[in-house]
Design a binder for this molecule. Structure first.
Ligand code: PEP
Length: 270
């Protein structure tokens, strides 16, 4: 059996080569008081966690209260979106600097809900990536195919197109600072999860494309998260895969118990 398969099937010998990152995307749930309370609870429940990066991404209106709640903990703050301009007449928009000053370290960019419901394109995603990197924030770039695209056998084409368009003119050094999240659209909020092998195969493909663009060293060290109905019941099997370096969690991150269990599934693999 190859080393790769060994890693997949034998719990005893798994060792992650990259550090794990678990991010919770709270979407448009929780007002600023509820978000504060949940963040405080997570801070207490995850107080012993230092070997895994844990990022919490509440809505814009909760960033301030959540940053207050997380003070003194290793949990990190992230936003769910951003605008690419520094400032100006852009009603309703939020700049990277505004996020930085609120204590954000991460920004989710190109989530499928932004792409599909808010007409976000690879072009605007590319602008956002550049703007965020300029402020030393870490982008979590989401990519993934729809069910129709998968059934047509176009998964790799779609992923390649999203990577190519999203990463236009980004120097290798900047690509190396990013986190990627493979989120098959058909698995987001649907209860359907990609099997660990399905997900890992796409992660391997993504890493190969990154390697072609910016070289083996950066590709080897890049964190590629999986997202799509990650729950306590399936987290360990997904995280155990050699090319899955963490999870972007939607629904299950809104509950302290399930989010804690997901984070602890990762700890068990280190
Ligand atoms: C997400 O919002 O990025 C996500 C993966 O959602 P869920 O875990 O609910 O499928």
């Amino acid at each position: 059996m190859s080393q790769k398969n060994n890693n997949r099937h034998n719990n005893q010998i798994i060792k992650k080569t990259r550090s794990l990152l678990i991010a919770g995307n709270w979407k448009m749930y929780k007002d600023h008081n509820e978000a504060y309370n949940l963040a405080l609870t997570l801070k207490e429940r995850l107080a012993d966690i230092s070997s895994i990066k844990v990022v919490i991404c509440p809505s814009f209106t909760s960033l301030h209260t959540v940053s207050l709640a997380l003070k003194g903990s290793s949990l990190l703050l992230g936003a769910q979106d951003v605008h690419w301009e520094k400032e100006g007449a852009f009603t309703g928009a939020i700049s990277p600097l505004m996020l930085l000053l609120l204590g954000c370290r991460y920004v989710i960019i190109g989530h499928s809900e932004r792409r599909n419901l808010f007409q976000e394109t690879n072009k605007t995603i590319n602008l956002k990536l550049k703007a965020v990197l300029k402020e030393n924030l870490t982008p979590i770039l989401c990519i993934g195919e729809t069910l129709q695209e998968r059934e047509k056998g176009n998964t790799e084409l779609v992923i390649e197109d999203q990577l190519k368009g999203g990463l236009v003119d980004l120097p290798a050094e900047d690509v190396g600072k990013m986190v990627l999240a493979y989120e098959p659209v058909w698995a987001i909020g649907t209860g359907k999860t990609a099997t660990p092998k399905q997900a890992n195969d796409v992660h391997i493909f993504i890493r190969k494309k990154i390697e072609e663009k910016v070289g083996q060293e950066i590709a080897k060290n890049m964190s590629i998260l999986y997202g799509g109905s990650v729950k306590p019941e399936n987290a360990k099997d997904l995280l155990r895969e050699p090319d899955i370096d963490g999870a972007l969690v939607g629904g299950a991150s809104l509950n302290e118990e399930s989010f804690e269990k997901i984070v602890r599934s990762g700890i068990d693999l280190l």
